[in-house]
Design a protein around this ligand. Structure first.
Ligand SMILES: [Zn+2]
Length: 80
């Protein structure tokens, strides 16, 4: 009885330069919310930060800057 091979994930690969390791994302119209806690001395400490994009989110190759937005949905499902 042979063990089945673990499934290799379908990597996103830049069709232009073959990069499969570095990507960046640009979001339009981003609202950032930052929660602060005020300390006894009047200073503030950041407790948490969140960002919500109301506009387009685009994905680019980190190597050649090719627009990879067609992969963006898959990309966003694979962020852990
Ligand atoms: Zn590329």
């Amino acid at each position: 009885m042979s063990l089945s091979e673990p499934k290799v994930a379908n990597l996103i690969v830049c069709p232009h330069c073959g990069n499969s390791s570095e990507f960046f994302e640009i979001s339009d119209d981003v609202i950032t919310t930052t929660h602060y806690v005020q300390n006894a001395d009047g200073s503030f400490t950041i407790e948490s930060k969140s960002a919500q994009s109301l506009g387009d989110v685009k994905l680019f190759c980190g190597n050649c800057e090719e627009d990879l937005s067609s992969f963006h949905q898959r990309f966003s499902e694979m962020i852990f």
